[in-house]
Design a protein around this ligand. Structure first.
Ligand SMILES: N[C@@H](CCC(=O)N[C@@H](CS)C(=O)NCC(=O)O)C(=O)O
Length: 220
């Protein structure tokens, strides 16, 4: 199994998190997305990472890759038991893909103050939506009683935004206690730290410094 990756990518992180949860060791190749190799462009339908090569097939899209890994390495299972709960997990995974992770990019790497403030507000709104989804549960996945696929989908938000909190002027918004408790639970899982490569934090900081990202500046 060969995973093609980029060191700061939150979508690759999901696939690696599933591997770490299951004790699976894929071969990982890191590429530079600013200078994509020809072999990668031939294989990746959207020119994006992650791709996972298995038995001559190329899988793309982190959600498809994570579900594939969960099916072929079923211990511990990450998808819930029932069709209804599986559909719910997929929906929150997609919410992270389409809403939360793009906002994370704007907040972590944005370079225009006014747009950054707007993105911070939109991210706070998305986190309040997630607060509502937790509704007294410990985990986003399934019936809320154990870590699962919806948590995998949202996991990069924890890693990336904790980094912004530690090194920058951003902080988790007020009024989301259940979400904050979930963040704490996520940070206690050793697999979360193991789902990013060595040097991840330095790579993010270097990229932020290189573009003079608003998040690194002084509070307005
Ligand atoms: N929906 C995709 C998103 C993947 C994605 O956006 N990957 C970024 C890196 S974090 C990428 O490869 N960008 C390169 C490009 O868009 O040219 C997934 O979930 O796998």
């Amino acid at each position: 199994m060969h995973l093609v990756s980029f060191d700061r990518c939150p979508y690759v992180q999901r696939a690696l998190l599933v591997c770490r949860e299951k004790g699976v060791q894929p071969e990982v190749t890191y590429i530079d997305l600013a200078d994509k190799p020809a072999w990668f462009l031939e294989k990746s339908p959207r020119g994006k990472v992650p791709i996972l090569e298995v038995d001559g097939q190329v899988l793309f899209e982190s959600q498809a890759i994570c579900e594939y890994l969960d099916e072929v390495h079923p211990d511990p299972p990450l998808m819930p038991d029932t069709p209804l709960l599986r559909a719910r997990d997929r929906a929150w995974f997609l919410y992270a893909t389409d809403v939360v992770l793009p906002l994370r990019f704007e907040v972590a790497y944005g370079t225009d103050e006014a747009s950054w403030v707007t993105a911070v507000g939109r991210l706070a709104h998305a986190l309040r939506v997630l607060e509502g989804a937790l509704d007294g549960r410990d985990w986003f996945s399934g019936d809320g009683s154990r870590f699962g696929m919806a948590d995998v989908g949202l996991a990069p938000v924890v890693t990336h935004m904790e980094l912004a909190r530690r090194n920058g002027r951003w902080n988790w918004p007020d009024g989301i206690p259940a979400f904050r408790a979930w963040v704490t639970r996520m940070l206690q899982r050793p697999t979360l730290a193991q789902s990013v490569p060595d040097g991840f934090e330095e790579a993010v900081l270097a990229y932020q410094r290189g573009r003079d990202a608003v998040v690194l500046g002084q509070p307005a």
